[in-house]
Write a protein that binds this ligand. Structure first.
Ligand SMILES: NC(=O)c1ccc[n+]([C@@H]2O[C@H](COP(=O)([O-])OP(=O)(O)OC[C@H]3O[C@@H](n4cnc5c(N)ncnc54)[C@H](O)[C@@H]3O)[C@@H](O)[C@H]2O)c1
Length: 324
């Protein structure tokens, strides 16, 4: 089968493309290769995918190159789209709001119009755990039926908008749309703007790491291959299900790890003592995240089983090898 993957040179897009290519499918990848973070990493991910004969890449921007993307969908007779292209990160949305407007709102709207015009059958798109904000501090975990209409920052707002827009287009145009709320995805080829990467980079350079909210934070860390395996299962289930699907699913590990335990795991892996500097909570940050994964478990028998120790060990090995 053929799939269009947006953001294929990004972290999750690359891993999902790889899984589909390994299965023998054809992936049409698009990415604008912007320089929000180290462009070389994106190019290297893309070069890794280009080793597969059935990976076809186009440098295109969803907020601008809509005609060209339309031509691609027609040329390759695309029925299924996996959409990961976006401006990610909560903190960056405080200083660079326009990037979110362009990629996450205009880009997403353009994509929905293309789905309508080309009678796309399945749209699977990235949302975020940020949608939950700090509203549910007293809840043991975040489940998909909680109200998410009070976002704490523009990034979260843009993702909630995506979910609402996708819902309305699916209702009217009758295509499947599945939004995935990812919870702190980490692993080889990971993003340089996220804590697992920032910490490891500083630790290996023997620098002090900054621990926000005095370490009283926790995150549901999810290993990238658990995520990409789940995406593939969701994709094929939606392709082979006759009934129309309009859904939102959490993709997390279902466990919340305290920041200090997370740092301690690096100490174990590297067998060193890490220097820490404690700082207050950063503006826009959530204190704690924990996914409730029952809904996804019921849908695809989702059972993410990579422990933090195993996942961070794999990430560390990749990091040391990649950055020498
Ligand atoms: N990694 C996580 O923990 C996490 C958590 C929650 C949500 N998400 C969401 O999952 C998706 C993938 O995340 P990721 O970690 O792979 O991020 P990423 O930044 O590595 O990948 C996104 C890719 O999209 C591309 N892109 C951005 N704007 C574009 C545009 N207008 N046109 C074409 N390409 C564009 C970027 O160049 C990048 O390669 C994003 O939507 C992100 O918001 C990720």
């Amino acid at each position: 089968m053929k799939f269009l993957i947006t953001g294929s040179a990004g972290f999750i897009g690359m891993w999902t493309s790889k899984k589909l290519l390994d299965m023998g499918h054809t992936v049409i990848g698009i990415d604008n290769l912007n320089n929000y973070y180290d462009l070389k990493l994106k190019i290297d991910r893309n070069n890794f995918l280009k080793k597969y004969k059935n990976y076809i890449f186009f440098k295109l921007d969803l907020s601008k190159d809509i005609k060209k993307i339309d031509q691609l969908i027609k040329k390759y007779k695309i029925n299924h789209i996996l959409h990961f292209a976006a401006q990610a990160n909560v903190r960056y949305s405080l200083t660079n709001p326009t990037a979110y407007l362009n990629s996450n709102l205009i880009g997403f709207f353009n994509l929905l119009e293309l789905c309508k015009k080309n009678k796309i059958k399945n749209l699977i798109y990235a949302s975020s755990s940020s949608a939950y904000g700090n509203n549910f501090k007293n809840h043991k975990s975040f489940s998909e039926n909680l109200r998410t209409n009070t976002p704490k920052n523009l990034y979260a707002a843009s993702k909630i908008c995506n979910e609402i827009l996708a819902h309305s287009y699916s209702e009217i145009c009758k295509f499947n749309s599945i939004g995935l709320r990812f919870f702190t995805v980490y692993g080889p080829w990971g993003r340089p703007d996220m804590a697992p990467f920032i910490f490891l980079n500083k630790i290996l350079k023997k620098k002090t790491i900054e621990v926000f909210n005095s370490g009283k934070m926790s995150r549901d860390f999810t290993y990238v291959e658990d995520v990409s395996n789940a995406i593939i299962k969701i994709l094929f289930k939606s392709i082979y299900t006759k009934k129309r699907i309009i859904e939102i699913f959490n993709i997390g590990r279902g466990k919340s790890i305290k920041l200090l335990k997370f740092i301690n795991t690096y100490e174990k892996i590297l067998n060193i003592k890490i220097k820490k500097k404690y700082l207050p909570l950063q503006k826009g940050d959530m204190i704690s995240t924990k996914s409730n994964i029952k809904k996804l478990n019921n849908f695809i028998n989702y059972n993410p089983n990579t422990s933090l120790l195993n996942g961070l060990t794999k990430f560390t090995a990749w990091f040391v090898n990649y950055y020498k």
